[in-house]
Design a binder for this molecule. Sequence first.
Ligand code: SF4
Ligand code: SF4
Length: 368
Amino acid sequence: MYYKQFHNLKISALGLGSLRLPEKEDHPGCIDREKAQKIIDLAIAGGINYFDTAYTYHEGDSELFIGEALSKYERDSYYLATKFYAMSGKRIQDVFEEQLKRCRTEYFDFYLFHGMDENSFDKYTDKQNDYLGYLLKQKENGRIRNLGFSSHAAPETLKRFLEWHSGFDMALIQLNYLDWTMLEAKRQYEILTDYGIPVWVMEPLKGGRLSLLNKKSAAILRNAAPEHSLSSWGFRFLMGLPNVQTVLSGMSSLEQLQDNLRTFEYLNPLDLEEQKALEKAAGLFMEDLGVPCSGCRYCCPTCPAGLDIPLLLKGYNEKNISGETWRVAQLGKKKGPEQCIGCKICLKHCPQKINIPEIMERFAKNVI
Ligand code: SF4
Ligand code: SF4
């Protein structure tokens, strides 16, 4: 593992995100402690010292599990990050105290506003709630060491947010070689760099899609470097960005973790030839990409029809790309795309800016 200096801290270049920990097969939503503990233990043995969670991940079970799993390690041997989501409507004081208990700690190394975007901007900056004031107090008291935010906002909103408060210690944004242009991640990276704010990365493999690609793109990358996994290309692209501090990956199996640990053994950015190969592969993949859903599930609790939107979008893509329909067929008509009432509520919550109702309509009418 290689490390990057952040003030007086040495932080692993790869961090573990805990949104996609393995869940019990007979109890979806509940983290499989045995499997997930092995992931944490291997991560620590492999040199990872940064762990990221959030109040809402796995419906609260992520913080609980991280607290349990890390309690056998010395508190100063790792860095712990969690987040407050203003859209939850809960009091920040209550959430913060609960988080400390859940995570079995007296302080957070990193504390973030969660998912700042066009919908939550007003909530985070609201004077009456004064979330920032509360968190700065906790920082003064040593219960927060560094204060940051995660963002799914467009560049202009990000800029406005930094004009409101430029004193954040770090920011976490969605960054990968497809979103570099597709979701204007390049602009976001540049804005944060201009403000002197180090960048942490989420979705480095776009919810795992860059680990698979399609046949043509995968062949290009395998020919260019047969010894490297497809995932490693996503990480090595990020290694070429000097203001990237730590890349978070939500690893859900030991195999993924082992592969990623190999990639992060040393700093190994793409050379010019490799960059060209990646551009070519990415271009071909974009042609086939379909709907770029990352599977974050932010839309699901908001849907009045109770649709499993990411599953439906996966089904839409599969039908589109390979003609397969089993994934959606098994849901039956009751949970199928025809149940979408077109209310557009989900639109406000999708960080990928996917026009979900439009796709549901096309899907229901079989217009692919
Ligand atoms: S537009 Fe459709 S998918 Fe989106 S929240 Fe409304 S019912 Fe659910
Ligand atoms: S549709 Fe958007 S919000 Fe919903 S899971 Fe996919 S990326 Fe996330």
